[in-house]
Ligand binder design. Structure first.
Ligand SMILES: [Zn+2]
Length: 333
């Protein structure tokens, strides 16, 4: 999430205001003032992020940062304290929930030329019976804490959602021993279902991020936003995503995106940003090694037949740009 001056078009602002009556994170009402927050910011850095997002097959090449799909609304506290990336890293980032991550990954493996955003646009028309779950979890996100940023232990909210559980394609009220349980922050459900109720959004320790004491997971409903843009922010700022920071499906998706669309030797430059701690973390500079030792990875890269070379060439070009981009970022900050 970024904190450059927002510069949305009139229709985008209208859409944002009608979609988000409350803060997308803590559900505080609009009595105060909600900020229109671009996911990929409208400044120079956002341009760099956009290039990366296009190269990494996250968004389409005609993605506009000024359109509503690139925005959410946040209260000033959530915006400036947790989701701001000017000067310092944002403390938290939205990433696709486990169920959607799994779906995106399956589709990317089937078609490496598509984009994350396109996959979710096509979800409605996907007749595959396996998509029932993905449809139910469409537009749901989890929170990921950014390492080495001032992540709070918890964020207080006055609108803590009730527990629901997932059974065969739909959410039902209450907790279930057999089924997965969730608390879903959903702006659209406030007037009817959600009364004022104090609660805490757990953000640390990182092994428990987004999980409440009763074991239910915290998810956020952010309708019609760009999953690809959110992923671009995460991949750019969180140089090392650890398995302990998010659900394994999301970890696997981010790992796949690193491997599939970034070229090994040049990505060392990207890897340098993250001084390596060992452990189960995604480090771009190790990519080559992983691919050599990982049967799955080499199989996936073999699928593209003729495309492999083109992708590699694109990767080289991309990382060259990345280098320039990070220089210009340093200069501008
Ligand atoms: Zn808030």
């Amino acid at each position: 999430m970024s904190n450059e001056t927002s510069n949305f078009g009139k229709s985008a602002i209208k859409e944002l205001e009608s979609t988000f009556n409350r803060c997308a994170l803590c559900l505080t009402g609009a009595n105060g003032m909600l900020h229109n927050c671009p996911i990929l910011d409208h400044g120079e850095r956002g341009g760099v992020l956009l290039e990366e997002a296009i190269d990494d097959h996250l968004v389409s090449s005609n993605f506009s940062r000024k359109h509503a799909e690139n925005g959410i609304r946040l209260c000033p506290t959530c915006h400036l304290s947790w989701m701001t990336s000017i000067g310092i890293l944002p403390a938290l980032a939205f990433v696709p929930c486990a169920e959607i991550s799994r779906y995106i990954l399956r589709k990317l493996r089937e078609d490496r030329d598509t984009t994350v955003d396109q996959i979710l646009l096509d979800l409605e028309n996907d007749g595959d019976p396996e998509t029932v779950e993905a449809r139910c979890f469409q537009d749901l996100y989890q929170l990921l804490p950014v390492p080495r940023s001032p992540t709070p232990n918890a964020i207080a909210t006055s609108f803590f959602p009730d527990v629901v559980h997932y059974v065969s394609g739909r959410f039902r009220k209450g907790k279930s021993r057999k089924a997965r349980s969730y608390r879903i922050f959903d702006d659209g459900k406030i007037p009817l279902q959600l009364k004022r109720k104090l609660g805490q959004i757990t953000t640390a320790p990182i092994s428990n991020v987004g999980v409440t004491e009763d074991g239910s997971k915290l998810y956020w409903h952010l309708p019609r936003r760009s999953f690809g843009a959110f992923l671009a922010v995460t991949i750019h700022f969180v140089a090392m995503v650890k398995l302990s920071m998010c659900e394994s499906e999301t970890y696997e998706l981010i790992q796949y995106l690193h491997k599939a669309y970034r070229d090994a030797p040049e990505s060392r430059q990207v890897g340098k940003k993250s001084k390596g701690k060992s452990g189960s973390s995604i480090q771009p500079k190790r990519r080559k090694k992983n691919e050599d030792g990982n049967g799955k990875g080499s199989k996936a890269s073999g699928d593209g037949s003729g495309n492999g070379g083109a992708n590699k060439a694109a990767g080289r070009k991309l990382t060259g740009r990345r280098r320039d981009a990070s220089k210009s970022l340093k200069n501008s900050s």
